[in-house]
Design a protein around this ligand. Structure first.
Ligand code: FE2
Length: 495
């Protein structure tokens, strides 16, 4: 089996005094090879190419500062932030989670960044890099976005991440919820973000709330939920998090069926990537008519300029179309489908992707359970990235007329390739004996441009590689042993 690249070196320079908190002790102990430095580095895309949020965790208080620039040896810009959070859940207080937005970035540009104020104790520097998205509306042939859900942190998850890393073309990973499978064990959030770091320090990881992010907590007598999800991710929020009604008690950490009033923040949001408008929804926030999530969605869909972003992708956790026996007809799926399917049709959404079911499924273009090749929408279940709960292999019978492909026995991930304004390809790759195997591929035509929906299946016809390769190695050795020259901040950005 191929193995994933080793974790990037962390920086040793720290300040502040140790505090006797469980999670910190754990983190410090586990990563003793790297000292008690910077870890769990991950990127989040802003509303468009111009903002990237860099997040990381330190076990102790440490500077919240990024030095960055477009040249490896000249990090001439500085960004700081006051967004440093610790949270307490399940009687454990997290490490210090730093979130620094880098703003006013140029499109399609590689930036090198250094976290913290100083180089490592041995004089070396851990410089990372990312490439910003193309300008909104910029036509990039074969622009790509990777997709996964229910990823967890198993050996099979590792294989999925390895396949994502090997592919330099997708600009980011769209992760449709159920990320860490921490399941109310706070330390597993730390291991998850270190697990994802090789990919997420280089390309954004855009996620949404799955039921494993709920983590209902009543240990303090004040019922809370989504604490790790709210504090550890920084998605491009519509407005700050609102909890608009009390959390309802449940005996389960990650209840499969749940509704809450967790609004805004990381719960639901949208952003633009070149010619694609991506909408992330929360399955576990009320979405019936007149709720904040519904009202926001209507407004967001109405505001999309299809001449700039001809493609609209909607993602959520709990699938609206699912023929697996697992999570069949769950309440939040039924509620979301009833509330928004007509809206998605009205605004000519191109593809809807979910997770939750640990299997892969693709529908024919469909509307209200009836296959409609002319106007229907393709729905995907991609909850097969691998996690410790295993496969969902039992399906309902007979096969619904709208179900085109289903697989409940192999793990994998998906990829969208936007060829131009009119054509995109959805592809699913399964993990098989360590190799990435193309198993399903479908061409989708853009109904917003007045074209028929189905272009037919294009068996084994591979798409050309994109010229936009944000994951391709850009420098021979970013973790240089040479000290980075001290730079003078020419531009200060405060959150
Ligand atoms: Fe789930």
């Amino acid at each position: 089996m191929k193995t994933i690249a080793v974790l990037s070196c962390a920086i040793l320079a720290l300040s502040g005094q140790p505090r006797a908190v469980n999670a910190q002790e754990y983190v410090a102990g586990m990563f003793s090879d790297f000292g008690m430095g910077i870890q769990q580095v991950h990127l989040a895309q802003g509303k468009d190419y111009s903002t990237m949020v860099v997040s990381w965790l330190t076990a102790y208080e440490a500077p919240t500062i990024i030095r960055y620039g477009t040249k490896l040896r000249k990090l001439d810009m500085t960004a700081t932030s006051t967004d440093v959070v610790q949270y307490t859940a399940f009687n454990t207080t997290s490490g210090y989670i730093h979130h620094v937005p880098l703003r006013d970035l140029k499109p399609s540009t590689t930036y090198y960044y250094l976290i913290g104020e100083t180089t490592n104790q041995d004089g070396s520097a851990s410089i990372r890099y990312f490439t910003t998205l193309p300008k909104v509306g910029k036509r990039i042939k074969n622009f790509q976005l990777a997709v996964a859900a229910d990823i967890g942190q198993t050996n099979d998850s590792l294989l999925t991440i390895d396949h994502l890393l090997q592919d330099p073309d997708p600009a980011m990973l769209l992760l449709a919820g159920d990320t860490s499978y921490a399941d109310c064990d706070p330390q597993r959030w730390d291991t998850f973000f270190n697990f994802m770091q090789p990919f997420a320090e280089q390309r954004p990881m855009m996620t949404l709330a799955g039921n494993h992010e709920i983590e209902f907590d009543n240990t303090t007598g004040v019922a809370t939920g989504f604490q790790a999800y709210i504090n550890r991710y920084r998605m491009p929020e519509v407005r700050p998090t609102e909890i608009n009604c009390p959390f309802e008690f449940t005996d389960f950490c990650a209840p499969s069926v749940y509704f809450s009033c967790y609004d805004y923040g990381n719960a639901y949001y949208s952003f633009d990537a070149a010619t694609v408008h991506v909408i992330m929804l929360s399955s576990y926030t009320y979405i019936n008519e007149s709720t904040p999530q519904y009202n926001w969605l209507v407004k967001d869909l109405a505001s999309v300029n299809r001449r700039k972003t001809p493609w609209v992708v909607v993602m959520t956790h709990s699938p609206m179309y699912n023929s697996n026996q697992a999570h069949q007809n769950e309440a939040q799926s039924i509620a979301m489908k009833a509330a928004i399917e007509p809206l998605l049709m009205q605004y000519k959404v191109n593809i809807v992707i979910a997770g939750h079911v640990h299997a892969y499924e693709r529908t024919y273009p469909v509307y209200q359970n009836v296959v409609d090749y002319k106007d229907g929408i393709t729905y995907i279940v991609a909850g097969d990235a691998a996690n410790r709960e295993g496969h969902a292999s039992e399906y309902i019978s007979p096969i619904p007329s709208w179900s085109a492909v289903r697989n409940g026995t192999q793990y994998g991930h998906g990829k969208m390739t936007f060829h131009n304004d009119r054509r995109m390809t959805w592809a699913w790759y399964r993990n098989l004996d360590g190799e990435k195997i193309l198993r399903d591929e479908i061409k989708i035509c853009n109904t917003a441009k007045g074209l028929p929906v189905s272009c037919g299946k294009i068996n084994a016809k591979r798409t050309k590689l994109s010229k936009f390769n944000p994951g391709r190695a850009l420098a021979p050795d970013l973790h240089s042993t040479e000290p980075v020259e001290a730079t003078t901040a020419t531009k200060a950005v405060k959150a």
